[in-house]
Design a protein around this ligand. Structure first.
Ligand SMILES: NC(=O)c1ccc[n+]([C@@H]2O[C@H](COP(=O)([O-])OP(=O)(O)OC[C@H]3O[C@@H](n4cnc5c(N)ncnc54)[C@H](O)[C@@H]3O)[C@@H](O)[C@H]2O)c1
Length: 314
């Protein structure tokens, strides 16, 4: 029987992933971990620091875990403020997870990111295999993590699967300190009638994906037959690419009074080092990836859902 542990599961992705996994495998079979208890949570929680390997092992044994979605992580922009801690948390937890996968024959999902690429990478239609010289500590941990996953697969046969998520856009949980957070923040500010200060310039273009597509991709990857998973570092994955200005124009169609000022800060440099668009042909060919949501549809969903959320809060 499938029993899943989701580390860092109360963050932006976990908040959407856990209910989908609960629907698919049964609420009693999904165990969510995070550092702090959220205000409300529907499901089984195990609150502890995932760096504590003995505790991770205890929880694996207690719940007879067969699969880990390892999301606990320090993200790109947050990580630049605490680079050494970012190395420690991101690398140590991944290595522990992979060691425990060997010991307990666990199947692992671990997300990588477009942050594995750097300024020397071709920026348009970035290929699956290309120059990768990341300049953030987060990107370095993702690149090293990809190599570690590939190593554990080749050496110990661990069934570890991964995608390089682009920037993810969702409404349930606010993002946790990434470089693409502006693409979510614009919706919050515009719906609250606040002028939006964008921390990247108008022409900054990055690959993005609506959260439902990202969750579906992750679950489809995990359910694909092992023989179709040829890449054990991490798959390129994308849905759409747009500039900050194109996003502004799309939001303005729904909120004509939208005010945007562009005030690039330190995160601009990180954004400039990442691809503008991604070639994800391998994911599409090898395990059938297809995105569903484009920029106009994502914008409409975000506005409708956030309106509903804010109405519920009042
Ligand atoms: N959100 C994106 O746009 C995006 C893009 C690319 C890759 N990713 C990857 O997806 C994964 C999840 O990202 P997210 O956006 O949900 O991040 P997030 O910051 O919203 O959530 C991460 C969660 O991990 C928890 N956490 C951190 N350290 C922990 C520890 N030591 N023990 C237990 N919990 C811990 C945090 O409290 C947080 O709730 C990460 O690996 C991230 O690199 C995310």
């Amino acid at each position: 029987m499938t029993k899943i542990l989701v580390s860092g599961g109360c963050g932006q992705i976990g908040t959407d992933l856990v209910p989908e996994l609960q629907k698919k495998y049964g609420k009693e079979n999904i165990i969510t971990n995070d550092l702090r208890e959220p205000e409300s949570w529907d499901g089984i929680l195990e609150i502890f620091d995932f760096q504590d390997v003995e505790k991770v092992e205890e929880v694996i044994k207690k719940h007879n875990i067969t699969v880990i979605y390892h999301l606990a992580c320090i993200l790109s922009a947050a990580g630049e403020k605490i680079p050494y801690k970012t190395w420690e948390v991101n690398m140590q937890t991944l290595r522990n997870v992979l060691d425990l996968a060997v010991k307990y024959n666990l199947k692992i999902f671990w997300p990588s990111s477009i942050a594995v690429f750097g300024p020397s990478t071709p920026r348009d239609k970035t290929p699956q295999d290309t120059v990768m010289e990341p300049t953030t500590m987060y990107g370095i941990t993702k690149r090293a993590g990809e190599m570690l996953c590939n190593y554990y697969h080749k050496k110990f046969g661990v069934d570890v699967r991964s995608v390089r998520y682009p920037g993810l856009i969702s409404y349930k949980q606010e993002p946790g300190g990434g470089t693409t957070d502006y693409a979510v923040e614009i919706f919050y500010d515009s719906l609250k009638g606040k002028p939006f200060s964008c921390f990247v310039g108008p022409e900054t273009t990055l690959p993005m994906m609506y959260m439902d597509d990202a969750i579906r991709a992750s679950i489809e990857l995990m359910e694909a037959p092992a023989e179709s998973i040829k890449i054990r570092t991490s798959y390129n994955l994308t849905a759409m690419s747009f500039s900050a200005e194109e996003l502004e124009r799309e939001v303005r169609k729904h909120i004509p009074a939208l005010q945007v000022a562009y005030n690039p800060d330190k995160r601009q440099k990180i954004a400039d080092s990442w691809p503008a668009s991604i070639d994800d042909t391998k994911a599409r060919e090898e395990w059938g990836w297809q995105h569903k949501v484009d920029l106009p549809e994502m914008t409409k969903i975000m506005i409708d859902e956030l309106k509903r959320k804010f109405d519920g809060e009042n």
